[in-house]
Design a binder for this molecule. Structure first.
Ligand code: GAP
Length: 436
C-alpha cells in the first residue's frame, strides 16, 4: 500500500493539492486544490450527483446557505452537544482530543494534562457591524440541517411521496482539535449528504440498503470491496440524534478509518425543528389518511475524504519497458476514466515544425468533447510517463504518417497498447474507450 507522504508529494508536484497560504508558512490543515485536483474533485461530485440524484426517481437536490438562523443549531443539538473533550498540557500547552490519546500524560513532552473540558466545534462569526451576542452566527458544521429546515418547502414544491431523499453538496466547517493525515481531517471541508425520508418501521431495512448502495458505487468506480469494512457504532459512540450508525471504513495506510457514515437519525431532527420553530414538518399519508413525522436515513460522505481514497487506491508503481529495451519504474494513477482529471493527452511525436499544426488541429477537434492536455515538451516516453502519473486514460499521438494518412495512434494508460485510428473516427473511438 502507498504511504501518505508519497501521495502528498505527488499531489503537490503535479498540482492536485497544495498547502493553503504556503508562502506565509501555511495555515494548519487547510488545503487548496490545484488545476488537476479541482478537475478530480469536480468529477467525484459530478459522479455522485449523477448516480445518487439524477439517475434516481426518489431523489432531488438542494443547495442551502452556509449561514443559517442561530436557532437551527440550538434545535439540532449542536450548541449543547457538538463538542469534543479537550485536554491541554500544563507544560507545553499543546492541546489534544482526550479520546484520541492513549496516555494520561502529554504525548509530546510527557507533561501533566488538564482535566478534559468540552470544546464546541462550531466556528462562530458575526452578522452585521456589531460583534455582540445578538449577532452571532455559525458556519455550518454539516450540510444536513439545511435539508431538514427545507423539508416542507421541498415536499410542497415537488409533491414527493415517501420514501424520497434530498441530497446536497457543500462546504462545512469544524474547529477540530486534532487535525491531520493531509486532507483526511481538516477544519474546512466539503460534504455530499443525503437525508432520505422514510416511513417509520421501514427505516432499518432502508438503512442497510444505503450502506450497500455506497459500497457498490465505490466498487463501480474501481475500489475493490475488500478495501472497505462496515463498522456499526457502539452505544457510547452514537451521536445524540442517531438510533444506529454504520461507518464505511477504508483501509488507510494508518489502518481502517472512517470514510463515511450512514446514520438512522429517526425523527429527531424534523421533530426538534418543528418544536423550536413552530412550523409543521410532517408528512400526510394519503392512503392511511394520517399525519406522521418521517424517519431519516442519512448517508454522509466527505468529498475530500473520497478524493483521498480515490487518489490512494489508484496509485500504482510498475516496471515498464523502455525504448532501449530495458525496464524502468512507471508511476501510474489507475483512476476510473470517469474520475480522471484529464481524459485525453494530445502528443505530437516530436517538436518538429511539420507536426505541430496537425497536432493542434487534433487538439482543437477534441477539446469541446473531452478535458484535454497538449504536451510537446521532452521525449514521447517521458510524456507518456507524465500522463500515467496523473491518470490520463488515453494519449493520442500525432506522427509523420498522420500527415499523409490522417490517422493517429491511441495509447492506453493501463495496458500501454496502441491502436491506429483515422481522425474521422477519433471522437467516437475515444468516447467508447472512456466508457469501459
Ligand atoms: N450530517 C452527519 C455528519 O456530518 P459526520 O460523520 O460528522 O456526520 C460525515 O460527517 C462525513 O463528513 C465523514 O464521514 C467524513 O467523510 C466527512 N468529515 C467529517 N468531518 C470532517 C473533517 N473534519 N475533515 C474532512 N472530512 C470530514
Amino acid at each position: 500500500m502507498v504511504d501518505l507522504s508519497t501521495i502528498v508529494s505527488l499531489a503537490k508536484r503535479r498540482g492536485f493539492v497544495f498547502q493553503s497560504s504556503e508562502i506565509y508558512g501555511g495555515l494548519a490543515s487547510t488545503y487548496d486544490y490545484g488545476p488537476l485536483g479541482v478537475e478530480l474533485k469536480r468529477n467525484i461530485k459530478d459522479a455522485w450527483w449523477r448516480h445518487f440524484i439524477q439517475q434516481r426517481d426518489d431523489m432531488v437536490g438542494l443547495d442551502s446557505a452556509i449561514l443559517m438562523h442561530p436557532e437551527v443549531w440550538v434545535a439540532s443539538g449542536h450548541i449543547a452537544g457538538f463538542a469534543d473533550p479537550l485536554v491541554e498540557c500544563k507544560a507545553c500547552n499543546h492541546r489534544f482530543r482526550a479520546d484520541h490519546i492513549e496516555t494520561d500524560v502529554c504525548p509530546d513532552c510527557g507533561g501533566e494534562l488538564t482535566a478534559p473540558r468540552q470544546f464546541n466545534l462550531m466556528f462562530k462569526t458575526f452578522i452585521g457591524p456589531v460583534e455582540d451576542t445578538a449577532s452571532i452566527a455559525y458556519l455550518r458544521p454539516e450540510t444536513a440541517q439545511g435539508i431538514f429546515v427545507n423539508f416542507t418547502n421541498v415536499l410542497t414544491a415537488t409533491r414527493r411521496k415517501l420514501p424520497f431523499g434530498i441530497g446536497q453538496i457543500g462546504k462545512s466547517f469544524r474547529n477540530e482539535i486534532t487535525v491531520g493525515n493531509f486532507i483526511f481531517r481538516t477544519r474546512e471541508f466539503e460534504q455530499m449528504e443525503i437525508e432520505y425520508f422514510v416511513k417509520p418501521g421501514t427505516d432499518e431495512e432502508i438503512h442497510a440498503r444505503w450502506v450497500q448502495d455506497y459500497l457498490d458505487w465505490f466498487e463501480s468506480l474501481g475500489i475493490p470491496r475488500d478495501h472497505f469494512r462496515v463498522r456499526p457504532h457502539n452505544a457510547e459512540e452514537l451521536s445524540h440524534y442517531s438510533k444506529a450508525t454504520h461507518d464505511i471504513e477504508y483501509d488507510f495506510p494508518w489502518g481502517f478509518g472512517e470514510l463515511m457514515g450512514v446514520a438512522n437519525r429517526t425523527d429527531f431532527d424534523l421533530k426538534a425543528h418543528s418544536e423550536h420553530s413552530g412550523a409543521r414538518l410532517d408528512y400526510f399519508d394519503e392512503e392511511a389518511q394520517e399525519h406522521f413525522t418521517p424517519y431519516v436515513v442519512e448517508p454522509a460522505l466527505g468529498v475530500d475524504r473520497a478524493f483521498l481514497i480515490f487518489l490512494m487506491d489508484a496509485y500504482k508503481e510498475e516496471e515498464a519497458p523502455t525504448a532501449e529495451g530495458k525496464t524502468e519504474k512507471r508511476i501510474l494513477l489507475k483512476l476510473h476514466p470517469t474520475l480522471a482529471p484529464v481524459k485525453v493527452a494530445i502528443l505530437p511525436l516530436s517538436r518538429n515544425e511539420r507536426l505541430r499544426p496537425k497536432a493542434r488541429e487534433v487538439y482543437d477537434l477534441l477539446r469541446p468533447h473531452f478535458v484535454c492536455q497538449f504536451d510537446d515538451a521532452q521525449s514521447i516516453g517521458r510524456r507518456y510517463r507524465r500522463q500515467d502519473e496523473v491518470g490520463t486514460p488515453l494519449c493520442v499521438t500525432v506522427d509523420f504518417d498522420s500527415l499523409d494518412d490522417n490517422a493517429v495512434t491511441i495509447r492506453d494508460r493501463d495496458t500501454m497498447e496502441q491502436i491506429r485510428v483515422p481522425t474521422s473516427d477519433l471522437i467516437t473511438t475515444l468516447h467508447q474507450r472512456l466508457l469501459t
